[in-house]
Design a protein around this ligand. Structure first.
Ligand code: GYE
Length: 306
């Protein structure tokens, strides 16, 4: 079994453990909250964390992972920017006997011995929750419902899965039509730009489904600039539930948010400690999440941590 340490002298002290974390970037409010939470959790645990920001580029992440392998860290954790293309570098980690933990996003590989655990949300479920709200919202209408989808980063697990879960649910009624679907790369600027362009060719859109809050917030700016009222003229559904998103929901500019928790730090520390001690860890650990309506956002906002 892969193990980052544990010797005849007994378990490693936390202060002897070194973890290398290869983050996606700083593309969204979710991501910055995730980075803060992970850094704080390792600091609290007294475990050294080497941290790198890949600026949403896979090649940078691969470079960071290679450098962690060279430095001989005890555990490598990373949030893969896209799903595909990891086999070679993860094989190098495996050969170096450094266990890898996938944090937040999944990889697409047939070899599940390349990582010890995958901690994060069920993105298909999130997409389904978004679709279920929409189906319920329009349950008494027979008119067509024209939808624009703002996709996350092309090829990223949350973009693929949030599209899939949503599509599965709305397929139940062909009044729901995704008339346009384009990537906004999970950023506010991306969401704004794509919405601006798409509103021109689709002035009669009813709903925008954005794969994260930031793109939804960008869409709000574009809708207002076009002289329409977000949340009323065009309904908006997003995923994440970061503070800015929750504020817009409470203000009536977003209609529904599916929660995706970025607070993975403590669970990641726990996995690292177990792996280093040579204990078994669950192959898949799913984060628990809820959803928010406008009324629920008003109530939840004061206690929102991120
Ligand atoms: O929803 C988005 C971020 O991978 C779950 O990445 C994460 C997503 C999150 O940029 O805001």
């Amino acid at each position: 079994a892969q193990s980052g340490g544990g010797s005849a002298d007994g378990p490693k002290d936390p202060s002897e453990i070194i973890v290398g974390f290869a983050q996606v970037g700083a593309e969204s409010g979710w991501r910055t909250a995730n980075t803060k939470d992970i850094q704080a959790a390792f600091e609290d645990a007294g475990i050294e964390l080497k941290f790198s920001d890949a600026q949403q580029k896979q090649e940078n992440q691969i470079q960071a992972i290679r450098s962690y392998i060279q430095q001989g860290v005890d555990v490598i954790a990373f949030s893969p920017v896209i799903e595909s293309g990891w086999d070679a570098v993860l094989k190098e980690a495996k050969d170096a006997e450094i266990p890898v933990v996938l944090t937040d996003r999944a990889i697409d590989s047939t070899d599940d011995s390349l990582y010890v655990s995958f901690l994060g949300s069920d993105f298909i479920e999130e997409g389904k929750k978004a679709g279920e709200w929409l189906v319920e919202e329009y349950s008494s209408s027979t008119e067509p419902v024209n939808i624009i989808q703002l996709e996350g980063t092309t090829g990223a697990a949350p973009a693929l899965d949030r599209a899939e879960g949503f599509a599965d649910v709305i397929a139940a009624d062909d009044k729901f039509q995704v008339v346009e679907s384009q990537t906004g790369d999970f950023t506010r600027a991306g969401g704004k730009q794509v919405t601006e362009a798409l509103l021109k060719s689709n002035p009669d859109v009813d709903v925008i489904y954005a794969h994260n809050d930031d793109m939804g917030l960008g869409a709000i700016e574009a809708i207002e600039a076009a002289g329409m009222v977000p949340g009323t003229d065009i309904k908006i559904i997003t995923v994440d539930a970061v503070k800015d998103g929750m504020q817009a929901l409470a203000d009536g500019k977003i209609n529904f948010i599916v929660e995706c928790s970025p607070l993975l730090g403590n669970q990641l520390v726990e996995i690292v400690e177990k792996v280093v001690a040579g204990e078994d860890v669950e192959k898949r650990i799913i984060t628990e999440e809820t959803t928010f309506t406008q009324e629920q956002a008003v109530e939840a906002l004061p206690d929102r941590k991120y």
